[in-house]
Design a protein around this ligand. Structure first.
Ligand code: HEM
Length: 217
């Protein structure tokens, strides 16, 4: 669970000057995180998206959304286990990248799969369970993206932490989305791998929370 120490506090002058590498590191991470989009654009202009470009883009953006969600969820355990507090400075950007790729994934579906046919989309969301849970995950991601700016963290205080716990439900829904989609295709290798990663990341938080609860008596 996010704790009070996970919320960024204004750094002291000394801390700011000793972390001058943060800005270049953020620029590098920002550029590197654009790789999946750059790859799609490159493949698009070089005719490399295969026989079904829409399916290729949907699958690629879906998988990268999941990758960024897992990386974002891994920041807190990595920080606690290594003591590298600076990792926290990259969490918001990576979370926003998860939202960015989810928005591309959803837009590809809305636009090129359904041609903005609202009736067909509503029918699909109600009929296919993997679409229902994917849609629920995307809707839940929106308030997290909207409340990600520092000013919102400050304004919402502890409510920000409570709201951002929705990330655990989102990760679970996304694994269900992936699992159901691939079960229909009898290919569960990747959903099992990502499912295990999400179980480990959420399980770690549960253990930390149970320990701190029992320590408090
Ligand atoms: C946080 C939100 C979401 C995540 C992380 C996500 C993730 C994924 C993943 C990992 C895949 C499988 C990629 C592969 O085959 O390797 C996928 C496929 C797909 N997702 Fe999502 N998804 C999300 C939301 C949505 C939403 C909102 C919709 C539409 C309402 C949607 C529609 C689809 C479709 C149509 C496919 C491809 C199915 C196929 O190729 O047969 N997803 N998604």
């Amino acid at each position: 669970m996010p704790t009070a120490s996970d919320i960024k506090r204004p750094a002291s002058k000394a801390a700011r000057s000793s972390s001058g590498w943060i800005v270049p590191a953020k620029v590098i991470v920002f550029m590197a995180a654009l790789y999946p989009l750059a790859r799609l654009v490159f493949l698009g202009v070089t005719d490399g998206l295969g026989a079904n470009p829409i399916e290729f883009i949907t699958r690629s953006t879906g998988l990268w959304t999941l990758v960024y969600l897992c990386i974002t969820l891994a920041i807190t355990p990595a920080r606690r286990l290594t003591g590298a507090n600076a990792l926290l400075r990259f969490r918001r950007m990576l979370g926003l990248y998860a939202f960015f790729y989810a928005a591309l994934h959803f837009t590809t579906y809305l636009w090129f799969d359904k041609w903005f046919d609202v009736a067909a989309i509503v029918k699909d969301i109600g009929k296919r369970p993997f679409i229902t849970v994917g849609f629920a995950a995307f809707v839940l991601l929106i308030p997290l993206a909207v409340t990600s700016p520092k000013a919102m963290v400050k304004k919402l205080g502890r409510r920000w932490q409570t709201l951002h716990r929705a990330i655990y439900a989102i990760a679970t829904l996304v694994i269900l989305h992936f699992w159901w989609m691939k079960a229909g295709k009898h290919d569960l290798t990747l959903p099992k791998i990502y499912g295990a990663i999400v179980v480990a990341l959420l399980g770690w938080r549960l253990i930390v929370w149970l320990r701190s609860k029992s320590a408090r008596g």
